[in-house]
Design a protein around this ligand. Structure first.
Ligand code: FES
Length: 577
């Protein structure tokens, strides 16, 4: 993509620093107050480093160091680097759920960029919701931007055995609940499962979104799999800073990169990596900010025949560090060349096809070819039926085969506290064939669509050896989770979706191959129940959470705010008086 290179006085920041007037005097004199000379900032692209760091985001602890690397790159390329800290969304510590704040961060990124004299941005993200949030905000502001992924942490280690984030926690917790693991072992696992800076190193939501952002063309080729503590990560960060300066001069904007073909590439890659179900709701939201038409059905349309090529947990056996050594995302995408839009442009200035040239697989067990996939079909499937008229999502690769077609009686929990209170009771009327149903855990009901969708297996079934059963909710689940969990049911229970009408003992039928999810209750009875239904009392009546509940869209629309829809760049630039 060759665009005209701007003259210095055409830079956006020139409006602040260029004119000979009272306001600009203030902007210049106060920048000098920080120790900079005029020639360091005037007439140069000002690059905002949007930093999602804080002391409680356990995955971004290396960001203060990476900021230095990025600044080095920006300065070297003739730009002026400014760090713009924004809210961080540390998945482990934030409650009730980071998803409640994804839209908050997206708004903050958009407004921070809008309000300041910046010409371009380096977007630092990684831990789950940070990536979609900063892409959404950057798209709505639409300044030239490049994404720097946090990178995954190193493999976990326990007595020489490899441990994976999330997946192994669920696995060993189930063993502990069943009485198979003692306290000592449990604490050793706690010491070994997270050994360095970086995101979860399974193909969970963080690794998925970092990979998909590379597939969208928004990071430098090969960036997404570099372990956070590898020196190559530092070099990638400074190279991204250098590139950000060129993007600003050339005015290459997020909407030039995140076009329809780029989203098709991302969906294709999501299937081949066995990506997190969360990616669906995030890609829908990002696409709507980009003005690109994408629906739940696009996921089945684009990717129905894309096999699982990445042998990574939770769908396969390896971890992100292995994936990096095996060639990383470029090597995987090279296997998919025939299925990708190779002419899609990337922030590197080269087409996707050009960036894949020379990419090789160094370990064919980790990155498989189309002729030797891990599974014939990867990623997520979209289900519809009277229980989810606007769709629901399941990850078949993480489901025991026997449950892909299933009929069973519902065991209903009206909300998460109800689930916590009753799930492990001896008198709960549940068998391995039951279908666990959680209501009121969606965007409005949660609120924020928490990751409650991997409903725990009742203790008494665990003790019988049951490790998977069909579970349905309007919640999400962690990308590192697994099991026959039907998620993102839309419309959700809290706004009167059919999910709200399910009662104990109702038969539910799941047919993943047929893409169906049905509540086997006749229409007249459902109409009676609908008539009698009343919405749950709102959990919040003031503040951000109340605003969220009033304005959040349903999962099939990306759970973005209704008032943030709209073409990128449609908000006015600030007046400088
Ligand atoms: Fe940050 Fe998993 S907790 S990526």
């Amino acid at each position: 993509m060759s665009k005209r290179r701007l003259a210095p006085e055409e830079l956006r920041s020139h409006r602040w620093f260029g004119p000979d007037d009272l306001r600009s005097f203030g902007h210049r004199s106060r920048t000098k107050q920080m120790g900079y000379a005029t020639e360091e900032f005037r007439g140069r692209p000002v690059i905002g480093i949007v930093n999602t760091w804080n002391d409680l985001n356990t995955c971004h602890t290396h960001f203060p160091e990476r900021v230095k690397d990025i600044k080095r790159g920006i300065t070297e390329a003739g730009g002026f680097a400014v760090e713009l800290p924004v809210m961080s969304l540390g998945e482990q510590m934030m409650k009730p759920t980071t998803m409640l704040y994804r839209n908050f961060l997206a708004m903050e990124v958009e407004e921070v960029l809008r309000a300041h004299p910046v010409d371009g941005a380096v977007l630092m993200g990684g831990c789950d919701k940070t990536t979609p949030a900063i892409l959404m905000g950057a798209l709505s502001m639409n300044l030239p931007s490049i994404y720097v992924p946090a990178g995954p942490m190193l493999r976990g280690n326990w007595r020489g055995e490899v441990l994976g984030s999330g997946s192994d926690v669920w696995k060993y917790w189930a063993d502990r609940q069943a009485g198979d693991i003692n306290d000592n072992t449990w604490f050793e696992l706690e010491d070994g499962i997270a050994r360095s800076a970086g995101t979860c190193m399974t193909m969970g939501t963080a690794a998925t979104m970092m990979s998909l952002t590379e597939a969208l063309g928004m990071s430098l080729p090969g960036a997404s799999a570099i372990p956070a503590v590898d020196a190559n990560h530092q070099r990638m960060a400074s190279a991204s800073g250098r590139r950000a300066v060129d993007l600003a001069w050339e005015q290459v904007r997020p909407t030039d990169i995140m076009i329809q073909a780029a989203f098709r590439n991302a969906i294709t890659v999501n299937m081949a990596i066995g990506g997190s179900t969360n990616a669906i709701v995030h890609l829908l939201a990002i696409a709507r900010r980009a003005g690109v038409e994408l629906t739940l059905d696009s996921f089945d349309d684009v990717a129905g025949d894309i096999p699982l090529l990445a042998n990574l947990r939770p769908s396969g056996g390896y971890l992100m560090e292995d994936f990096y050594y095996a060639g990383g995302l470029r090597a995987l995408m090279a296997q998919l060349r025939s299925r990708l839009a190779l002419d899609a442009m990337t922030v590197s200035g080269r087409t996707m096809g050009e960036t894949l040239e020379g990419a090789e697989v160094y370990n064919p067990d980790v990155i498989r070819g189309l002729d030797n996939p891990v599974k014939e079909s990867g990623g997520a499937a979209v289900l519809r039926g009277n229980l989810a008229p606007d769709g629901a999502v399941i990850k078949p690769t993480a489901v025991e085969d026997r449950l892909l077609k299933h009929r069973g009686p519902a065991v209903v929990f009206k909300d998460y506290p109800d689930l916590k209170a009753r799930l492990d009771r001896e008198d709960l009327d549940v068998t391995a064939d039951s279908v666990l149903v959680l209501q009121n855990a969606g965007p409005v009901g949660g609120p924020g669509m928490p990751e409650w969708g991997m409903l725990p297996i009742p203790k008494k079934l665990l003790q019988q050896g049951v490790r998977d059963m069909v579970r349905i909710s309007d919640a999400r689940m962690s990308g590192t989770s697994y099991g026959a969990c039907i998620l993102h049911v839309a419309p959700e229970a809290a706004v009167g979706g059919t999910l709200a009408l399910v009662q104990d003992g109702d038969q539910i039928e799941l047919d993943v191959a047929g893409r169906r999810l049905e509540l086997l209750v006749d229409e007249a009875e459902l109409a009676r129940r609908r008539e009698a239904w009343t919405p749950p009392a709102p959990k919040y009546d003031r503040g951000y959470a109340a605003l969220y509940m009033r304005h959040v869209n349903q999962a099939d629309q990306g759970a973005d705010f209704d008032f943030l829809a709209g073409a990128p760049g449609s908000t006015r630039e600030p007046e400088i008086f």
